[in-house]
Write a protein that binds this ligand. Structure first.
Ligand SMILES: Cc1cc2nc3c(=O)[nH]c(=O)nc-3n(C[C@H](O)[C@H](O)[C@H](O)COP(=O)(O)O)c2cc1C
Length: 247
């Protein structure tokens, strides 16, 4: 497939199974998908306290935690034990691999580090850390698509929570950007699963109304409304809350 064909054939496949599926893809192939993240663009280095946790103090602002099939099944049991009624346990019964992909927020005032689950600063640096981590995730998913491995980028539900971070030994000062699941090839042929598309799949416009050519400059205009948050007026974004907390 050409890169354009890979991009156009990428799609969300939410694969649900009531009981654990047999092994399908081999671990080495799955883990090799992660290599694609290494080529993602990134603009800023992760802050020192994140980098110092790695043996080579790598600068990238993302972190990837690989959960193989058997760990997926154990996390499924853990979630069931916690009475999780979402679809995640059923997805973990079907998945061959889960990648917990986090980004490393840069904290503008040291005090916030004591409560990393409280939120993150809405700075340009953090926006670009998230953007870089998204590019890393997309790289991985595109390579999976090329290999015809079904995938699903999820916000994570309970897998975002402190308890899940503790279970998986993920540092509390990172934030989950994607719980990315990979399923057996040709899983849609398996009678023991249900496969659902992404809910926005059919809503995609292809209209390009989100794109326009700039043909004339508005040279005389004086902007009275700021379009971007300035770093000197830091806003702390809650992880889930819709109202930013100003400080
Ligand atoms: C950052 C991000 C988080 C997502 N989280 C979820 C999620 O939690 N639940 C879900 O059903 N889909 C989630 N999706 C997948 C979208 O629903 C999906 O991309 C969309 O429906 C378009 O379908 P497609 O990926 O097949 O083109 C997420 C996608 C992105 C980029």
């Amino acid at each position: 497939m050409s890169i354009k064909q890979v991009i156009a054939s990428r799609k969300t496949s939410k694969v649900l199974a009531k009981s654990p599926l047999e092994a399908d893809l081999d671990r080495a192939l799955l883990e090799s998908l992660v290599n694609a993240a290494a080529y993602a663009p990134f603009h800023y280095m992760a802050a020192n306290h994140h980098r110092e946790k790695l043996p080579d103090k790598a600068p990238e602002p993302w972190r990837i935690y690989i959960l193989d099939r058997s760990i997926c099944r154990e996390v499924r049991k853990w979630l069931i034990g916690r009475n999780d009624k979402t679809k995640i346990p059923e997805m973990l019964a079907a998945a061959d691999m889960l990648l917990q992909i986090t980004w490393c927020p840069t904290v503008e005032d040291g005090a916030a580090e004591s409560n990393p689950f409280g939120g993150f600063d809405a700075t340009q640096t953090n926006m670009e850390h998230i953007a870089a981590t998204s590019a890393a995730i997309q790289n991985i998913i595109l390579v999976a698509t090329e290999q015809e491995i079904p995938s699903y980028w999820s916000s994570g539900g309970a897998l975002r929570d402190k308890e899940a971070f503790e279970l998986l030994n993920i540092p509390h000062d990172e934030i989950l950007l994607g719980a990315v699941l990979f399923f057996p090839k040709d899983v849609d042929q398996n009678r023991n699963v249900n496969v659902f598309p992404g809910k926005m799949r059919e809503r995609r416009s292809f209209g390009r109304t989100w794109c326009r050519s700039v043909e004339k400059l508005n040279l005389g205009a004086e902007s009275s409304t700021p379009t971007a948050l300035k770093v000197d007026a830091i806003v702390r974004m809650g992880r889930n809350s819709k109202t930013p907390l100003k400080y």
